[in-house]
Design a protein around this ligand. Structure first.
Ligand code: HEM
Length: 181
């Protein structure tokens, strides 16, 4: 199985990007939800925030590569009726948009709070003056968009399960490694 997609299957690059981004987004949701519970002014809390910010920005980079790779490759031909294909295309577009928006808003929130954003030890650019009210509103937006991403990802998993178990049309297999490859 090659690196690039074909009309029948996703190639190894698209599959690696799909599953690594899925795992990282899942860990960001789980980790992000406990950040505020961690004891204040501890090394653990500082480490957890730095890790969440760094991995979140890595997700943004991987999603950018994923979108670019998607644009220069053919996509496997969609299955199902017209409305199902339209619903899948809209859901995929919304997933990409949320995977970009959640980390971008996360960055803006930390920046507006006046804390420097750190990417694996390297300080990111300071884009705005500290504004605590704006930071609070951005925290709400970050949270809402993240939970919207969870809801849509759950729908995406359910649709993949339906294709695999009820329709048995091989849709899930297109994103999995072939036994022979
Ligand atoms: C795909 C990427 C990301 C996902 C899925 C994600 C998800 C989440 C989730 C679910 C929460 C908990 C929200 C809540 O229930 O209160 C959270 C909190 C947080 N996130 Fe992210 N995040 C991502 C990227 C980022 C980035 C890039 C940054 C900053 C550079 C960031 C900074 C924060 C901070 C500071 C909090 C704690 C907010 C608070 O003080 O309540 N996140 N994130």
């Amino acid at each position: 199985m090659g690196l690039r997609n074909t009309a029948e299957r996703y190639g190894s690059a698209a599959r690696a990007l799909h599953w690594s981004v899925a795992a990282l987004v899942f860990s960001q949701i789980a980790g992000g939800s406990v950040l505020e519970e961690l004891p204040r002014r501890t090394a653990l809390r500082a480490f957890a925030f730095d890790a969440h910010e760094s991995v979140g920005l890595a997700v943004l980079g991987l999603v950018a590569v994923r979108i670019a790779w998607r644009l220069v490759n053919v996509a496997p031909v969609a299955t199902g009726h017209g409305w199902q294909r339209l619903a899948a295309a809209l859901a995929h577009f919304a997933l990409y948009a949320l995977m970009v928006a959640v980390p971008v808003v996360g960055y803006a929130m930390v920046d507006a709070n006046g804390f420097g954003v750190v990417f694996f030890g390297v300080k990111g650019p300071d884009l705005m003056a500290a504004d605590k009210n704006l930071a609070k509103r951005l925290a709400e937006v970050h949270e809402t968009l993240a939970w919207l991403l969870v809801a849509l990802a759950a729908l995406h998993v359910a649709a993949a399960g339906w294709h695999h178990c009820a329709l048995r049309d091989g849709t899930l297999a297109r994103m999995r490694r072939r036994r022979s490859s």
